[in-house]
Design a protein around this ligand. Structure first.
Ligand code: SF4
Length: 358
C-alpha cells in the first residue's frame, strides 16, 4: 500500500534527524533559527551552490552580524562583499530590505508569508522558506530541488514549467503542521545529497519504496523538461581607456536594470546586431583617441542571453576628460566589478600594451 502524506513526511523527518547537513546558517537541532541568518542564506543560495555560499555567508555575518548593521551599511560595501555571487540585484534588494524592516517593522521580520513577500527582493520561495524555517509556519518553499524530488516521487509526466503548480500542490500536501521548517530543509537535503540530478542514490532514500519514478526504473527522466532553447546572443564593444599614469576608466552602471549600480568598463549598449567599428567609436568615452582592437572576445552567459564583448583599447594624456572613475588596476579589487567585467579586465591586461598620447 502506498504510504499516505503523514507517513511520508514522518519518514523524511526521521531521515533528516539522522542525516541533516551541518551548514553555517543552520542552528543545532531544537534550537530556533535566526530569521536574519535564514534570510541571508536563502537569498545567497538562489542560483548558487552551498559550497560557494558558505564562506560568503560567514564573512557577511561576521561583518554585519545583525539586521540593523546591514541596514546601516553603505550599499557599495554590500555590493563589494557580494562580488562573485552574481545576480547583484539580490544584494541591492538585500540592503533595501534591511532598511525597510528597520524603518517599518522595528527591525523584526514579519512572520507571515504575505508580510515577507511585501519586502524588497523576497519572492514566493524565500518568503515560504523564512516563514517555515524561522517562524514555524506551515509554508512550503519550492525550488529546483523540491521540484525534482516531488516530480520523481509521483512520476509527474507533464513537462516543466506547466507541471510546476501541480508539483507545488503535491509538496504542500506533504508539508506537516509540526516541524514544517525541518521538513522544508529535509527536502532540500534529500535533493542535494540523495535525489541528485544525476545518479540518485535511491537505496539510501527514505521514500524508496513509495517512489513511482524509482519503481519505473527511470528516476533521471524526471522532472520532464521541454526541449532546450538556445539563448539569444547580444554583442557589445568595451572601451579599455588607459591614462598616462596607468589609471583605467571605469563607470557605474545605472541603478536600475541588469548589474544595476555595479562598476563596469564603459561599453556600447548590448544588442543582437554586430557593431561596426565606426558606429561603436561614436559612443567612445573620449573622442579622437587612437583605438586598437585587442585579440579575443569576452563571452559571458546571463540568465536570458549570452553576451560577446569585443574590447578596444587606447591611451590618453594625463589631463583627459571623460565621465567616470579613473582607477589604478591594483585598486580594482576595491570596486564592485561583476564577473563579466572581470573577464574584460583579464582580456585587456593580457593583451598588447596600447600606444597613444602620453
Ligand atoms: Fe529520488 Fe530515488 Fe528517492 Fe525516488 S527513490 S525520491 S528517485 S532518491
Amino acid at each position: 500500500m502506498t504510504p499516505d502524506a503523514t507517513e511520508l513526511s514522518a519518514r523524511l523527518l526521521a531521515w533528516y534527524d539522522r542525516e541533516r547537513r551541518r551548514l553555517p546558517w543552520r542552528p543545532a537541532p531544537g534550537v530556533a533559527a535566526d530569521p536574519y541568518a535564514v534570510w541571508i542564506s536563502e537569498v545567497m543560495l538562489q542560483q548558487t551552490t552551498v559550497a560557494a555560499v558558505s564562506p560568503y555567508f560567514e564573512r557577511f555575518l561576521a561583518r554585519w552580524p545583525r539586521l540593523a548593521d546591514l541596514a546601516a551599511a553603505d550599499l557599495d560595501d554590500v555590493l563589494h562583499a557580494w562580488q562573485g555571487l552574481g545576480y547583484y540585484s539580490r544584494a541591492r534588494n538585500l540592503h533595501a530590505c534591511a532598511r525597510r524592516v528597520v524603518a517599518e517593522h522595528e527591525g523584526r521580520f514579519p512572520a507571515s508569508e504575505e508580510g515577507l513577500r511585501a519586502l524588497p527582493g523576497i519572492g514566493a520561495y524565500t518568503a515560504a522558506a523564512i516563514a517555515a524555517i524561522a517562524f514555524g509556519q506551515q509554508a512550503t518553499p519550492v525550488d529546483g530541488n523540491v521540484i525534482r524530488v516531488l516530480a520523481r516521487l509521483y512520476a509527474v509526466v507533464e513537462p516543466l514549467p506547466r507541471a510546476r503548480s501541480r508539483i507545488e500542490d503535491l509538496a504542500k500536501a506533504l508539508t506537516p503542521a509540526r516541524r514544517p521548517g525541518d521538513f522544508a530543509q529535509a527536502v532540500m537535503d534529500l535533493g542535494a545529497t540523495v535525489c541528485r540530478p544525476r545518479q540518485p542514490n535511491c537505496p539510501a532514500c527514505p521514500w524508496h519504496d513509495a517512489c513511482a519514478a524509482r519503481a519505473q526504473g527511470q528516476a533521471e527522466v524526471f522532472p520532464v523538461r521541454p526541449p532546450a532553447t538556445v539563448k539569444p546572443l547580444r554583442r557589445g564593444v568595451a572601451f579599455w581607456l588607459v591614462r598616462a599614469d596607468g589609471a583605467v576608466l571605469l563607470r557605474r552602471r545605472p541603478e536600475r536594470g541588469l548589474l544595476g549600480g555595479m562598476m563596469e568598463v564603459p561599453s556600447t549598449p548590448w544588442r543582437a546586431e554586430p557593431w561596426p567599428l565606426a558606429e561603436a567609436l561614436a559612443l567612445a568615452p573620449v573622442a579622437g583617441a587612437s583605438w586598437q582592437a585587442l585579440p579575443g572576445l569576452v563571452r559571458h552567459t546571463f540568465t536570458h542571453f549570452t553576451l560577446e564583448l569585443a574590447v578596444i583599447a587606447a591611451r590618453v594624456g594625463a589631463m583627459a576628460a571623460a565621465a567616470g572613475l579613473w582607477t589604478q588596476p591594483q585598486d580594482f579589487a576595491a570596486q564592485a566589478l561583476p564577473t563579466v567585467m572581470k573577464k574584460v579586465v583579464r582580456l585587456a591586461r593580457a593583451g598588447p600594451q596600447v600606444s597613444g598620447r602620453r
